[in-house]
Write a protein that binds this ligand. Structure first.
Ligand code: SF4
Length: 317
């Protein structure tokens, strides 16, 4: 049995509450901007359908690139037309929509076309052609709540930690498409950007040398390690949000932007300016450099900047 397997017999990850508290202190002044998007004017069923299709295939690809291309290729003012287009999606539809992506091996056209077709079929059959049936209770949790209903759609049901389902709920709340009564309870949506950020900032760590070493080299692909690590990050994010007095979905969005624009896998920009092409500029008011510098372990100890997320080619990661 290898050292990693021995470590994984138990949960090798721990959450550091002090690091969460310090990170929260740096982030609590954030106030989300009132962003408008090219689809914000559309009817509620149209916005829900567009977001549902988008999130159903949002894995392993740049979020802004995918959303922009999907808006150009799939969006229609009439939600029924959009559902019919998605129900007929073929691999060639996806290849054409995402042509020019800098990592063509990640386009995976057959897989994404299948998810679009399955999602459209579910709206047609399970929700009687009406995407607003998903949010008719205006609740995320409980019987008939959004998270329960999303289990009927394969793209949203596969992940044990419900990343896409949580991300979809967060998007509806954040863009004010749906006013959920329990929006404050929407769970974190943990992806590889957040895993990297939480490891580097020392909020989630492992004392086991085999685990730490595998995260420094990005050489592990084990499902159990990834699942336990994601659970740790989810717990740490919820704790940070609670210390910051901020809803989880707001902090999730803020830190995801910090991770993907400053704390990238192969490079970090701790002290420089924000990139010009930020999805939402409201994050820049926190500080000119990375807002987490004051408490970040990897800022104080640059060797921690080599810490990276595990590689996993799954549609929920
Ligand atoms: S200070 Fe640097 S290493 Fe730390 S989270 Fe920010 S960008 Fe990443």
């Amino acid at each position: 049995m290898s050292g990693i397997d021995r470590a994984l017999a138990k949960n090798p990850f721990e959450v550091d509450p002090t690091q969460c508290y310090l990170a929260a202190a740096s982030l609590k002044a954030f106030s989300p901007g009132n962003e408008r998007y090219p689809w914000s004017h559309a009817s509620k069923p149209t916005q829900i359908a567009f977001k549902l299709f988008f999130v159903s295939i949002c894995h392993q690809i740049n979020w802004d690139f995918l959303q922009r291309r999907m808006f150009e290729a799939l969006f229609a003012e009439d939600h029924e037309s959009m559902i019919l287009m998605a129900s007929a999606a073929k691999p060639a539809t996806i290849s054409s929509m995402l042509t020019g992506y800098h990592r063509p091996e990640r386009i995976r056209p057959a897989e994404r076309a299948k998810y679009l077709r399955e999602t459209a079929k579910s709206i047609l059959l399970d929700f009687h052609r009406d995407p607003t049936e998903l949010v008719s209770t205006h609740r995320v949790f409980g019987e008939g709540g959004l998270l329960e209903l999303l289990k009927k759609i394969p793209a949203f049901a596969e992940d044990p930690l419900s990343k896409k389902a949580n991300a979809f709920a967060q998007e509806l709340a954040r863009e004010r498409i749906v006013d959920f009564e329990d929006a404050d309870l929407i769970p974190p949506a943990i992806d590889y950007h957040l895993i990297r950020l939480y490891l580097r900032t020392g909020r989630v760590f492992s004392k086991d040398k085999h685990i730490s070493s595998s995260l420094r080299t990005g050489t592990t692909h084990r499902m159990r390690l990834t699942k336990l690590l994601r659970e740790g990050v989810s717990e740490a994010l919820s704790l940070t949000a609670s210390y910051a007095g901020m809803p989880v979905h707001e902090l999730n969005y803020l830190e995801w932007q910090i991770a993907r624009s400053r704390c990238e896998k192969d490079s970090t920009n701790c002290d420089g300016d924000w990139p010009a092409d930020l999805l939402d500029g409201s994050v820049t008011v926190l500080s000119s450099g990375c807002p987490l510098r004051g408490s970040c372990t990897a800022y104080a100890m640059p060797e921690w900047r080599t810490m990276v997320e595990p590689e996993l080619k799954k549609a929920f990661y």
